[in-house]
Design a protein around this ligand. Structure first.
Ligand code: CA
Length: 286
């Protein structure tokens, strides 16, 4: 019994040595809801990928997402969800699908995401993209996407832009801003099932969030009404793109209360040593 308990204490100290990220790692001018309590779920990807994230591919293709740690000057590296390559066909997402069903609720479903693209290769004449998604049907993996995209198919739009659409072909609107390799961006995408409107914007991380009047796209969905489904992250169809997702937040009725940007009180390493010693001291007194 004594040995068993001591093993438990040591195992606990190892488990807690993992580091949640700090909002400092996200730069200046955090999005407005940081510090607020919302109905939602957030992931900084510092604790691995939970089983509530599910790969949903319309054609049963392989999952291009994996966990990675970027050595970018943050204290212990930046934990990200990394997309590499492509799926080879449209409509594929990594969706947040917990046991709590927020997919069919009325009202708005919203995703806020911090993302960077680090490489684009082998795309030929295809558009290359990835990004945020809401109201994704798990049977078809089709939903409303806010893509960070490099247009190749249309010579008039051979640029690096943000685009709202349903899948890769239904082009619902483009944001004015362009993006560059290696820079971090915030993406915000909202689908309001009550009004059937989509709102989308993207801006450079470290700068103030723009108002809806300047860079926002607002439109009624393209013949699709009453969409329901799950929120998540869009995967690329053709060519190769490497992009990193540093932070993901979904807000929807039905999800539990969370404080945005509070990743839990994981003790600092020094505190952990004291806790472990305290545990051992307790054992010795038995
Ligand atoms: Ca992260």
């Amino acid at each position: 019994m004594f040995k068993y308990t001591m093993v438990m204490v040591l195992a606990l100290s190892v488990t807690l040595a993992g580091r949640a990220e700090s909002t400092k790692d996200f730069g200046d001018h955090l999005p407005y809801e940081f510090g607020e309590t919302v109905h939602g779920f957030q992931d900084d990807f510092s604790g691995g990928l939970s089983g509530d994230w599910q790969w949903v591919s319309q054609s049963g293709r392989a999952n291009p997402f994996s966990m990675a740690t970027l050595a970018d000057g943050t204290p212990e590296g930046r934990s990200v969800l990394q997309h590499t390559g492509s799926v080879g066909i449209d409509n594929n997402h990594l969706l947040y699908m917990p046991s709590v069903d927020y997919s069919s609720t009325t009202g708005a479903q919203e995703v806020l995401m911090r993302l960077q693209v680090t490489s684009l290769t082998g795309y030929g004449s295809n558009n290359v993209y990835g990004g945020a998604a809401v109201a994704v049907n798990p049977d078809t993996s089709a939903g409303v996407d806010l893509h960070i995209i490099k247009f190749l198919a249309n010579p008039n739009t051979s640029a690096q832009r943000f685009r709202v659409g349903i899948g890769s072909n239904l082009d619902g609107g483009r944001l004015e801003s362009q993006w560059t390799l290696g820079s971090w961006y915030w993406l915000r995408l909202i689908y309001d099932a009550d009004t059937d409107k989509v709102y989308a914007k993207a801006w450079l991380s470290g700068t103030e969030e723009p108002g809806w009047d300047r860079d926002g796209v607002v439109y009624t969905s393209l013949g699709y009404t009453g969409m329901t489904g799950w929120a998540g992250i869009s995967a690329n169809s053709s060519g190769n793109i490497t992009f990193n997702v540093d932070y993901f937040l979904v807000k929807a009725e039905g999800l539990p209360d969370i404080t945005v940007g509070d990743f839990g009180s994981i003790p600092e390493p020094a505190t952990m040593s004291l806790l472990a010693l305290g545990g051992l001291a307790l054992l010795r007194r038995r």
